[in-house]
Design a protein around this ligand. Structure first.
Ligand code: ZN
Ligand code: ZN
Length: 330
């Protein structure tokens, strides 16, 4: 059951403060509690245990007598002050506060409290953005500087001095390897199996109820607003994990051929019964020198590389890091 507490109100006419929620008349000046009065709740307001009072509090908001302006409990059908019938009387508003109810009767206390909390930065509203902005600006500056060096290319003319190339072939061998997994390949031999944690699952095991706000019942009392949230428990899911042996092609060596000429060839490979040829790779490099004696290396396709001769003059695009590219070759 949501807890009920008694609120307070202040009399705007005579200035009396801290009048009890159940009081419908000001003790200071005798004037009726007005329509739209602001109820608040002090920190020390105890939970009401008297069931009769709780029932009254939960009966509904007070109604305001159209004739004399007195506040009357929801269940009364006649004004307790002047006996006028309830009729179409308006009722006191019911409000819900997310979090705590107001702690005093001052007008618009919520924005005031917020202003107080924000006080350290309120003198400079942009201050909280200053650090992220600063970091952002720095990162942006670094990107800009890097790209400036990278894209700040200059062109130069290089003379072809020499050529080099490299060709490789991987040698693969069928080997028995040990692997672990949840499934066993059809050609594998299981050598060990055990139960192991395969995943973790979140299961909802219940719900938690907590106080997430206060409801101004419109009759001088407040009731806790309760919210619920799910409670999860993580559960480990077990499965059979296999360790097995399986035959796999494994890279065992790389045969390499290279030269400082324009006559590339593939390395010779010698395969045993258990071996096969794997991936091939090839690199063709042109070595150039510009007028100032600066050396450059450019990797190009075999087709272009073949067409160049020592002494050819090529236009190079050189970036801020000194890396060169042939113009038109990407
Ligand atoms: Zn008063
Ligand atoms: Zn009345």
């Amino acid at each position: 059951m949501a807890a009920v507490r008694e609120g307070r109100w202040d009399c705007q006419r005579c200035g009396s403060t801290g009048l009890f929620g159940r009081d419908k008349i000001c003790h200071g000046c005798g004037s009726p509690r007005p329509e739209g009065v602001k109820f608040y709740m002090t920190d020390d307001a105890p939970v009401i245990t008297d069931q009769k009072v709780v029932e009254q509090a939960k009966a509904g908001a007070d109604w305001i007598c159209q004739y004399c302006g007195a506040s009357n409990p929801a269940l009364a059908d006649k004004c307790q002050q002047c006996e006028a019938p309830k009729g179409q009387a308006r009722t006191q508003g019911v409000k819900e506060y997310k979090g705590a109810a107001p702690k005093d009767g001052k007008e618009t206390p919520a924005p005031a409290a917020q202003a107080l909390a924000a006080a350290p930065t309120s003198s400079a509203p942009w201050a909280k953005y200053a650090i992220p902005l600063g970091i952002g600006a720095f990162v942006l500056f670094c990107c800009f500087a890097m790209s400036f060096v990278f894209f700040n290319t200059s062109q130069t003319t290089g003379t072809v001095e020499s050529f080099s190339w490299e060709r490789t072939i991987e040698v693969e061998e069928l080997q028995t390897v040990e692997e672990t997994g949840w499934d066993v390949p059809s050609d594998a031999r299981v050598i060990h199996e055990e139960e192991a944690v395969r995943s973790t699952e979140q299961t909802q095991v219940g719900e938690r109820t907590y106080v997430c706000g206060q409801r101004d019942l419109g009759n001088g009392f407040f009731e806790d607003v309760e919210c619920t949230e799910p409670i999860y428990e993580s559960e480990e899911v077990y499965d059979t994990q296999y360790t097995y042996e399986v035959e796999k092609w494994v890279e065992v060596e790389t045969e390499r051929a290279s030269g400082n000429n324009q006559d590339p060839y593939w390395p010779e490979i010698f395969l045993t019964d258990e071996q096969r040829e794997g991936d091939r790779a090839e690199t063709y490099t042109v070595h150039l020198e510009d007028e100032s004696g600066e050396d450059y290396e450019v990797n190009v396709s075999l087709g272009r590389w073949d067409d160049f001769d020592v002494g050819d003059e090529l236009t190079l695009e050189v970036n801020g890091f000194g890396a060169a590219e042939l113009v038109g070759e990407k």
